[in-house]
Design a protein around this ligand. Structure first.
Ligand code: ATR
Length: 280
């Protein structure tokens, strides 16, 4: 008997899986894209605990599901459970989405980095080429976006992390893709940087990374991959207090990665601007 998925006949069925999942905005975003593009679909939140992705995905395919968005804590587990990956997932070792092909094959992909760079470049008008970028954190969130940031050809991408071994690992993993260096917060090279991206989990507990305010200058854009209802996070407030030129939370990244998934599933590129405005 099916534990997680009972999918009655009807429109193509999609979902977001993770734990906790109750606050995910993905259903609102995908259903709004569907209305905008005239595409009928179902999209639900399904709570799948850690270590259960492999059995959940088997059930999902058997029940007739078409695609999944995958969130914390399942992205790395999903990567291991899925047998075929698009290059973006293979590079990062994590999957944030999965597509079921007509013959039942499951394909993992990762749109997080694309979502971040599209938000920075298309929505906020940043030019990353030749710029100095500082990435805070070296966990799964940071790893998921490094290939896309390097693809935008910054002059340098510096990864700062409390545990230097994790940042060093990312440098070894991605050094073929561009200029990447790792530092402890205390030894981060002098700023100001053109862009600082917070990919630590500290915003979840309203804390900030131990970064010198010298990293922030009057031309610095600051980005927090976490999002909040009003766009404020403790990190962004700290950046503003230190004179940053512009501060953005991660809502746009969330919508842009969803748009990329939607385009792959439905073959239509939605207009993200009105959806981002609607969510604010
Ligand atoms: P995620 O998948 O959200 O990236 P993660 O893999 O657990 O979660 O990574 C969390 C990130 O936040 C890491 O970079 C972590 O630093 P460490 O690698 O040193 O653990 C960072 N982080 C969490 N708590 C922190 C703290 N109190 N001070 C500094 N960095 C912290």
């Amino acid at each position: 008997m099916s534990k997680w998925f009972k999918i009655p006949p009807g429109d193509p069925y999609f979902c977001v899986v993770g734990s906790p999942i109750a606050h995910s905005k993905s259903p609102d975003i995908h259903l709004a894209f569907g209305r905008q593009c005239g595409i009928a679909l179902r999209y639900e939140r399904v709570e799948i605990p850690a270590d259960c992705f492999a059995s959940a995905v088997t059930e999902f395919v058997a029940a007739g599901g078409r695609g999944m968005s995958i969130t914390v804590p399942l992205k790395e587990e999903a990567f291991r459970a899925l047998s075929i990956h698009r290059p973006r997932a293979a590079l990062t070792g994590a999957a944030n989405m999965m597509t079921v092909t007509p013959n039942g094959t499951t394909i993992g992909d990762n749109a997080d980095g694309t979502g971040l760079v599209r938000d920075l470049v298309d929505n906020h008008g940043l030019n990353l080429g030749g710029r100095r970028v500082l990435l805070l954190g070296a966990g799964g969130a940071a790893r998921g976006v490094i290939p896309s940031l390097l693809e935008a050809r910054p002059s340098a991408l510096i990864v700062a992390n409390r545990t230097i071994q994790k940042a060093d690992y990312l440098v070894r993993r991605f050094h073929d893709l561009g200029s990447l260096q790792a530092f402890n917060y205390r030894y981060v090279p002098d700023g100001p940087y053109d862009l600082i991206v917070n990919a630590t989990s500290l915003s979840l507990s309203s804390e900030i990374p131990p970064l010198s305010s010298a990293a922030v200058g009057a031309e610095t854009c600051c980005y927090d991959m976490m999002y909040t209802a009003d766009g404020h996070t403790r990190f962004l407030d700290w950046c503003r207090d230190n004179g940053a030129a512009a501060c953005y939370d991660g809502l746009g990244m969330l919508v842009e990665q969803a748009a990329n998934s939607f385009a792959l599933w439905h073959g239509v590129e939605p207009d993200t601007g009105p959806i981002i405005k609607g969510l604010r």
